[in-house]
Structures are given as C-alpha cells and as structure tokens.
Design a protein around this ligand. Structure first.
Ligand code: C2O
Ligand code: CU
Ligand code: CU
Length: 485
C-alpha cells in the first residue's frame, strides 16, 4: 500500500521518465477479459420476457479492495440482453436499490411510455413493467439509468448494459456471432477510485464541468484485461460507456481493422481503418483479424484539441494516452469466416420528404453557476425543465435537425426514439458516421446536420429526450423534450 504522498511522488517520477518506459511499465494485462452474462429472456413465440433486478453489489475491481457498485441482474453493470427484430420485448424491472432510478433503452425505436427516461421513474422497492416491439434492424444498443439529475452518478456506478438486436439479414452475412467467443462486447469506461476502493465521483468542479473523466480504464468492468482469443477473426462491439471521455482507438501495432456497424446497426459497406473515434454513448462494431497470432493492445491515443478555449486554460485538455485491453491470439483457432465488403442496404430518410427543419443551439452559460453547480448547459437558451415540451414532431414525418455548438467544448448530442443519418459536418461525413446514428459529436463552433424519419408511435403527453451524452452536461441542463403526435 502506498500513501498519497508516495503516490504523487511516483507520478512525478513517471512523468519524467521517457515515454517508452512509462508505457512498458503500464502494460500489465493480467486480468481475465470478462463478458457480461448473456440473457435471452423467457421466450414464448415472438414474446420475450426479461426479469430485471436493479441491484447494489460489492465488486473486486482493483487489487484487494471491494468497490460498492450498481448493476442489473449482477453486482456491477447490466447483463447483456438479446432479442430479435420482430419480437415483442416485455420488461419487468424491480428497483432493489434505495434510490429512484429508471431504465432507458438507448437507440431503440419505441413508444414514449416505454422509453425509460425521466418520465418513467422506478421508486425504491417498486416494479416497472413495460413492453415494446423491436421494429429496427440488428444493432448494438444499450440501456442505462436516466434518472433526472442523477443519470451521471448512477451510470458511473454501474447502471448500464448492452442490448443486442439480431435479425435474419445480419445472420445471413456469416459474421462472427458466438457471444463471448468471437462476438465480444467491449464496454469502455473510465473511473477514479478512492483509497478505500470506492469509486471517486466528481472530485472537483472541473469534473462536473468537463464531465467526469477517470484515470483508470475498465473494460466490461475489469481493469487491464487480456483476452485470450479463441478465434482468429473477432467481432468487437465497442460501446463508449464513459460519462464524458471521447476515445481515439487504435491498436499499438497499428494493424488495420474493419468497421461494420455504427449506433443503429450494420453499415452498407465495411470500412477498413486504423483508428476510430468514439464519443460518449457511441457504438461501433469492428472486425479484427488476429490470425498472425500476435498480442495487440487496443489503446486510446490522446488528441490535443486546439479549440477556442482561449482563456479557459483551466478547462484545458487533460487527455492522455491510455491502454484499453490486450488480445492474446497465440491460441486462436483459424476462423473460417471472411470479412464481407457489402453488408446491408439502408432505407435512407429522403430529403424530398423533409417537412420541417429545426435548430438546436448547444450553449454554455458563463458565470458563477459554471463553478458552483447548477444548470450551466443549455439548448436554445433553455435548461431542462421536465414540465416543458420544447418541440412537437409529427409521427412518421421526416425532419432535418441542425445541431450548432456555440460553446467551447465538444458535445455528443443524442436523440431518443430515432436513428438518423449525418448529412453535413465540417470536413465531410466519413467512417462509422456514414451509418445510422443516435448520437453525434458536435465540435465547438461546428454545425452538424442530421436527417431522420420519426417512427409512427404517438403520444401527446409523454415526451422523449434529446440531450448531450456527456452525462454531467445532461444532468446540468443540456437536455430538451419533444413529443411525437
Ligand atoms: Cu443514452 Cu437519453 O440516453
Ligand atoms: Cu437514449
Ligand atoms: Cu456536453
């Protein structure tokens, strides 16, 4: 056990060592890569029943310590739920923790009452029952707490899991699809710990303004994991489940990998890359060929942002290179699957069908609330008010929303109940942003335009949310409500 002072000294020493040495010493992947349990529910024909328990746990994450955590059907993080397009999903969620919470189905097209946002709170000891049909194609979706003003803290402690949708089209593509074998969830989160092993959340005002960024990376809840690959072609379902950090991911040997899916499902064509950017809440599915038997490390390479932060040096960029996890492919059996070029055909929303355009201006108020808490972040000059409907959308209509960021920080903007296409942004649309999306990063002084067709569900009373997915920003006002009628 080292004390804080020694720890700081060690940090100083590390900072003065050549980078090679520091990286070498940080690269100790000793923990087994774990995947959350897969839950397929109880199936009766096309009806699938999930019995969920929102619960507290104590989890051994860092050496010799137990961390108080939250989870769904397990002590930390949620089990992976899986269903098929065409299924009717029945949810029964019991709140077994002593705080009010919710379960939101992120990326799912569904009736507002089933959305699990701030309007569907589950009080301690209570059960929430809901159901929805899966009307969208195969995708890596997720679910998490969406409790008003408490989302960030609850997700940070573990109330988040994956929700995988399959369909016949994706099955025919012969992609790696054996869960835990060659089809692997990779939930990336950054956390800080106190000396007693508990999570350290919002240690400083800076954390609540920039969004909470931790110094320790967890993958599926595990620190420094090593994945002993069983197959030579791996499908990784990457979810940035971090509260605030944007990752720039690459392998340490710079090997290429293939992006096959974005937030809303498979791309039309696979894309070969060396790096991918993933903002909070974004997902990508990638295929990685490890038939060389190597041991590549997935890492985050910090990008120095030269934003208009000007005098805001204190808000400056605290980003640094971080290792995510290592793959050990020495025992990997030769996979007989290949990487397809053409994947699926998209049913794109049509420009000619657009009946309305809207503008969302993402803003940050300057002043005392910045440092001393309260609603600092707004959209169109308004902070979140659960009693105010900000936008009313026509069911089944096609709209273009222009997302304009006039603040000094990048914001990943998320819209409930839709999968949109990015049609314009600085530098053009590329990579996984060519696919269907439900969250998109908007840089300072940037305008990103998205087009979407709203599903037919309508409900004049119950709104959906749109918000920044830096969860501290969401909790501090950067959220609005829309109904679909
Ligand atoms: Cu991922 Cu409104 O949430
Ligand atoms: Cu959502
Ligand atoms: Cu934000």
């Amino acid at each position: 056990m080292i004390n804080r002072r020694q720890f700081i000294q060690a940090g100083v020493i590390l900072a003065t060592l050549p980078k090679q040495l520091v990286l070498a010493s940080a690269r100790l992947f000793t923990n087994r890569f774990q995947v959350p349990n897969l839950e397929v529910g109880k199936r009766v024909g096309k009806d699938v029943y999930f019995d969920l328990s929102i619960q507290a746990g104590k989890t051994n994450i860092i050496a010799n310590k137990l961390t108080p955590t939250l989870g769904i059907n397990q002590g930390f993080l949620g089990v992976t739920l899986q269903a098929n397009k065409g299924d009717t999903v029945h949810i029964k969620a019991k709140n077994n923790i002593n705080k009010t919470t919710t379960l939101h189905w992120h990326g799912v097209k569904l009736p507002a009452k089933a959305d699990g946002g701030p309007h569907q709170p589950i009080l301690p000891g209570k059960i929430w029952k809901t159901q929805f049909d899966i009307v969208q194609p195969a995708a890596t979706l997720w679910y998490h707490s969406h409790q008003l003003h408490k989302t960030a803290e609850q997700v940070y402690h573990g109330l988040a899991g994956l929700f995988i949708v399959n369909d016949d089209t994706s099955k025919k593509l012969n992609l790696p699809s054996e869960y835990g074998v060659d089809d692997l969830p990779v939930i990336i989160q950054d956390r800080d710990f106190k000396r007693d092993g508990s999570f350290s959340y919002l240690g400083s005002m800076m954390d609540s303004m920039r969004g909470m960024k931790g110094n320790t990376i967890l993958v599926n809840g595990v620190v420094n994991p090593i994945l002993k690959a069983k197959k030579s072609l791996l499908r990784l379902r990457l979810l940035n489940g971090s509260n605030a950090r944007t990752y720039h991911l690459n392998f340490d040997d710079n090997r290429p990998f293939t992006i096959i899916g974005s937030d809303g499902g498979l791309l039309e064509k696979s894309i070969k890359v060396n790096t991918v950017r993933l903002a909070s809440a974004e997902r990508v599915e990638i295929l990685v060929d490890v038939s060389d038997g190597g041991h590549p490390i997935l890492q985050h390479t910090a990008v120095q942002v030269s934003s208009g932060m000007g005098g805001m040096g204190m808000m400056g960029n605290s980003d640094k290179d971080m290792d995510i996890f290592q793959i050990d492919a020495r025992q990997a059996a030769k996979s007989n699957l290949s990487i397809p070029t053409h994947l699926v055909q998209h049913n794109n929303p049509e420009q000619s069908a657009v009946s309305k355009q809207r503008k969302l201006i993402l803003q940050m108020k300057m002043g005392p609330s910045m440092m001393f808490g309260g609603d600092t972040f707004s959209i169109n000059g308004k902070t979140m008010d659960i009693n105010r409907i900000d936008e009313v959308v026509k069911a089944g209509s096609t709209e273009i929303w222009h997302l304009e960021n006039t603040s000094m920080m990048a914001h990943p903007l998320h819209i409930h109940n839709v999968q949109f296409k990015v049609i314009a942004r600085k530098g053009g649309v590329k990579g996984h942003e060519l696919g269907f999306k439900d969250v998109v990063l908007v840089h300072p002084q940037e305008r990103v335009s998205v087009i979407m067709k709203f599903p037919k569900f309508s409900d004049a009373k119950t709104p959906y949310m749109y918000h920044c997915h830096i969860l501290e920003h969401e909790d501090r006002g950067m959220m609005g409500q829309f109904t679909v009628v």
